[in-house]
Write a protein that binds this ligand. Structure first.
Ligand code: ZN
Length: 110
């Protein structure tokens, strides 16, 4: 379950992330409602870090994932192997931070 809310415009159905009281697309005022961000997204880009400051375990992966056309989030990825741009990821929270759990093979997580 995702804990991120975005605003949805009742007039043009666009989504704003972070939430906005007035629609940034059609200009409607006070027509937005808070809705939950979809918990599944698509990995847009990523990198695997192999060199980090002392005390930071490596390797680890970070990336950006799209959860709607208007909402791209940055976060850590729970895996470093078998990552590919365009793969499905599940939005989870690890230590309060957005984290992406790769989804492969019809919903089975790696
Ligand atoms: Zn609108």
């Amino acid at each position: 379950m995702t804990l991120i809310q975005v605003s949805h415009c009742a007039s043009c159905h666009s989504i704003a992330c972070p939430p906005q009281p007035n629609c940034q697309v059609c200009g409607q005022r006070d027509q937005s409602e808070l809705v939950a961000l979809p918990s599944e997204g698509t990995l847009y880009t990523f990198t695997v870090i192999h060199a980090a400051p002392p005390g930071v375990p490596t390797p680890y992966a970070i990336g950006c994932a799209d959860f709607s056309e208007e909402c791209r989030l940055f976060g850590r990825i729970t895996e470093v192997d078998h990552l590919r741009v365009g793969m499905l990821v599940q939005l989870v929270f690890h230590e309060g931070q957005p984290t992406f759990q790769p989804i492969v093979n019809h919903g089975a997580k790696i």
